[in-house]
Design a protein around this ligand. Structure first.
Ligand code: ADP
Ligand code: MG
Length: 395
C-alpha cells in the first residue's frame, strides 16, 4: 500500500497563499528552542513552497496552553529560530486569527512567511470548532498538512480546516506515513514496545492496543507510577495521574490474560527534588517513600530492558525512561537509547523528547526511523487511521 493522499508536490501553489500546519511543538529552555529537530524536519516542505512562489501562513501548537494566551508558550522563539534556518524573514502574528492577522496575511507576496501564534491559545482548536477552522481557512487559498506529530488529533488546524480548503500532504507527513506503514506491513517479531515519558494518560491509553499486537511492553518514565499506584505500591511524590491509575488498573487486568508480557521496573533511582543538585539514591525495589520522587529506572531494570530490546525483531520506543535532562537521572534513558542503537531489529523512535534524548547521546543516526511524532507514530503502528491524514485530498 503506497501513500494515497495528494502530495504538496502536485499542488498548484504559485502566487497563492498556503496555510501550512507544521509541528513546531519543540522543547523550550528559558525561552529558547532547546531542540530544533522538528523545525528542521519542516524545512523541505517550506522551501519547496517558497521556491514555487507561494506565500506561507504557518500554524502550529506549542505545549499545552489551556485555550488562552500564555506568554511562556508564544511561538516567538520558534519564529526567530525558523528565520535563521530558512534564511528569510518570518513575520510573527500577534494572535491566531482576527483582523490584524488577516491584514498581515493579505499583505503577503510570493515567498513571504507569516507565523501565527500558538493555535492552542484558541479554545476552538482542541474542540475542532468549525468557527476556528473557518477563520483559519479565510487566511489562505489552500492547505498543506505537514504536522505529522499532530495528525492523530482531529483538531481545527489538523482536520477541521481541511473541510474548507483543499488539503495536501506535506513532504514530512508523507515520508512519515510511508516509512511507518512499511514497518507495520513487514513486521518482524518479537515486537517490543518501550513506553515512558510524562504524558502518562496518553501513553497508558495506547497500551490496550499494544497488548493485542506486541509481544512485550516495557514501561518506564513517569508512566510506571500510575501502575504502581494501581498495584497499591507506595509512590511517594512521584508523578501520578489519577486518570492514568484507572487505565493502568485495567491494563494490568488485561495483561494477565494476554499473550503479551507487560513489564514494569524492578528498581528505581529516587531524587528529593527535580533539579541537578538533588539528593538522590538508587532503590533496590520500587517502593518510593514520602518525600522522594521516582526519577529514573534503576540499573537492573535498564539491563533487563536492554536485553529485551536486543532480542527484538522490531522495537518501538516512545518516552524517556527518566528525567534525562538531568545527568543524575539520565542513565536509564541512556541505557535504553544505546540498546536501541545497537539492536539488530528494526528500530523506530518517536516523540519529541525521546528523539531529543537520542540526539543528546549522539545516537540519532543509529536508528532506522526517527519519527517526529510520538502519539501519531504509535497510533499508525497500532493500525489506526490518522484524522489529519484522512482529511486530505485523495491522490
Ligand atoms: P515524548 O516527547 O518522547 O513523547 P513525553 O513528552 O511523554 O515524551 O515525556 C518526556 C518527559 O518526561 C521528559 O521531559 C522527562 O524529563 C519526563 N520524565 C521521564 N521520567 C519521568 C519521571 N519519572 N518523573 C517525571 N518526569 C519524567
Ligand atoms: Mg514530549
Amino acid at each position: 500500500m503506497g501513500f494515497s493522499k495528494a502530495s504538496v508536490r502536485d499542488a498548484e501553489v504559485g502566487g497563492r497563499r498556503v496555510l501550512v500546519r507544521v509541528d513546531f511543538n519543540v522543547p523550550l529552555d528559558d525561552g529558547r528552542v532547546a531542540d530544533e529537530t522538528r523545525i528542521r524536519a519542516a524545512l523541505p516542505t517550506l522551501e519547496l513552497l517558497r521556491e514555487r512562489g507561494a506565500a506561507l501562513v504557518l500554524v502550529s501548537h506549542l505545549g499545552r496552553p489551556k485555550g488562552k494566551p500564555e506568554p511562556a508558550l508564544s511561538m516567538r522563539p520558534v519564529g526567530e529560530r525558523l528565520s535563521e534556518l530558512l534564511g528569510a524573514e518570518v513575520q510573527q502574528a500577534p494572535a491566531v486569527i482576527g483582523g490584524d492577522v488577516e491584514t498581515m496575511a493579505e499583505g503577503m507576496g510570493p515567498g513571504d512567511v507569516l507565523l501565527l501564534e500558538n493555535v492552542r491559545f484558541e479554545p476552538g482548536e482542541t474542540e475542532n470548532d468549525p468557527k476556528l477552522a473557518g477563520a483559519l481557512a479565510e487566511l489562505a487559498d489552500l492547505y498543506v498538512n505537514d504536522a505529522f506529530g499532530a495528525a492523530h488529533r482531529a483538531h481545527a488546524s489538523t482536520e477541521g480546516v481541511a473541510r474548507h480548503l483543499q488539503g495536501y500532504a506535506g513532504l514530512l507527513l508523507e515520508r512519515e506515513v510511508t516509512e511507518l506503514t512499511r514497518v507495520v506491513e513487514s513486521l518482524q517479531r518479537p515486537l517490543v514496545v518501550v513506553l515512558g515519558g510524562a504524558k502518562v494518560t496518553d501513553k497508558i491509553g495506547m497500551i490496550d492496543r499494544f497488548l493485542e499486537i506486541a509481544d512485550r511492553i516495557l514501561i518506564g518514565g513517569a508512566v510506571c507510577f500510575s501502575f504502581f499506584r494501581a498495584q497499591g505500591v507506595a509512590t511517594g511524590d512521584s508523578l501520578v495521574e489519577e486518570a492514568g491509575v484507572r487505565l493502568a488498573a485495567e491494563a494490568l487486568e488485561r495483561a494477565a490474560s494476554s499473550a503479551c508480557e507487560l513489564r514494569l521496573p524492578v528498581d528505581l533511582v529516587l531524587g528529593e527534588r527535580f533539579d541537578a543538585g538533588a539528593e538522590h539514591r538508587e532503590s533496590d525495589g520500587v517502593e518510593v517513600p514520602d518525600g522522594w520522587i521516582g526519577l529514573d529506572i534503576g540499573p537492573r531494570t535498564a539491563a533487563a530492558y536492554a536485553e529485551a530490546i536486543g532480542a527484538a525483531g522490531t522495537v518501538l520506543w516512545n518516552g524517556p525512561m527518566g528525567v534525562f535532562e538531568l545527568e543524575l537521572f539520565a542513565a536509564g534513558t541512556r541505557a535504553v537509547a544505546e540498546a536501541v542503537a545497537e539492536a539488530p531489529g528494526t528500530t523506530v523512535v518517536g516523540g519529541g523528547d525521546s528523539v531529543a534524548a537520542l540526539q543528546q547521546f549522539g545516537l540519532g543516526e543509529k536508528v532506522d526511523w526517527l519519527s517526529t511524532g510520538g502519539g501519531a507514530s504509535l497510533e499508525l503502528l497500532e493500525g489506526k487511521k490518522l484524522p489529519g491524514v484522512e482529511a486530505l485530498l485523495d491522490a
